[in-house]
Write a protein that binds this ligand. Structure first.
Ligand SMILES: Nc1ncnc2c1ncn2[C@@H]1O[C@H](COP(=O)(O)OP(=O)(O)OP(=O)(O)O)[C@@H](O)[C@H]1O
Length: 269
């Protein structure tokens, strides 16, 4: 049985000012505590969905409904860590609280807690240039967590990281989610990452941006590295890959002049 809705996008369309139809009649309800991945090829509107939920830009039509007022506590994690290079880790993490008007001393406890959640104790005084890409992304996640969000919107946060760092951050993120039970909406191009992390994968296709499959990943948590080698994992990856292929075929039929990239449709081994 589903938990209450965290939010619902109802019949949402988004046409950018240059005429690009980024989303067309999209319906999506995300439930409290779900870990939902939005998966699809470049340009299918994944980031636009996040932006509409975050209120970063107006929908052209449709509505966003919140499950309850307390569920509006959002945090956004971007693909680039986007840290202030001149500021230490703790000052970067403190930024949202500073912007909200808290003094440094009032923010200290929350900043320490967020840094501990991403396992960066000892690096409070370090500058971004002294950190690896994975550590910088941890700082970016801590900066999102410092506001104690209930909904975490993550826009391909690990896309620029090497495979081993990505795997490590995947399992750390799952551990955190297991403790905190946020609602997570996670954008990715990567089928394996989506299946590993999520209890639901929403598959999208481009031109126009739309939902083409909604797959419940019925594997228990906590998920270990072994999950990645199970037949169940491979079955989900194959099914989702097939959905992406079918959708790419439909898009190609709609836009025969395009060369639709199937590069995201990697068949699992
Ligand atoms: N500000 C904008 N103005 C015009 N077109 C835009 C704007 N932002 C996005 N688009 C277009 O809208 C479509 C959806 O973009 P969006 O960034 O949501 O896709 P995406 O699935 O997140 O892509 P990617 O995986 O490459 O980040 C694309 O065709 C994109 O070029």
């Amino acid at each position: 049985m589903n938990t209450p809705a965290a939010f619902t996008l109802s019949d949402v369309s988004k046409v950018y000012s240059n005429g690009t139809v980024a989303l067309h009649n999209l319906d999506l309800t995300v439930h409290e505590g779900q870990f939902v991945s939005l998966l699809g090829p470049s340009g299918c509107g994944k980031s636009t969905v996040l932006r509409m939920v975050a209120g970063l830009g107006k929908m052209s039509s449709g509505n966003l409904y919140w499950g309850s007022s307390s569920q509006r506590k959002l945090a956004y994690v971007f693909q680039e860590a986007a840290l202030m290079p001149w500021a230490t880790v703790e000052d970067n993490v403190a930024l949202p609280l500073k912007l909200a008007g808290l003094s440094k001393s009032a923010a200290r406890e929350a900043v320490q807690e967020a840094i501990a959640l991403v396992a960066l104790q000892g690096f409070e005084k370090a500058y971004p240039r002294e950190l690896s890409g994975g550590m910088r992304m941890r700082v970016s996640i801590a900066r999102a967590l410092v506001t104690k969000p209930e909904i975490l919107l993550m826009d391909e946060p690990f896309g620029a990281l090497d495979e081993m760092t990505r795997s490590k951050l995947n399992s750390d993120l799952l551990n955190l989610w297991g403790q905190k039970q946020w609602t997570v909406v996670f954008v990715t191009h990567n089928i394996y990452e989506a299946v590993y992390l999520s209890n639901r994968v929403v598959v999208m296709a481009a031109r126009p941006g739309r939902v083409v499959a909604d797959v419940a990943i019925a594997a228990p948590y906590p998920r270990t590295e072994e999950f990645r080698t199970t037949p169940l994992f491979n079955d989900y990856c194959r099914d989702i890959s097939n959905s992406l292929s079918r959708a790419a075929g439909q898009t190609a039929a709609l836009h025969p002049s395009d060369s639709v990239s199937a590069s995201v449709v990697n068949q699992p081994a």
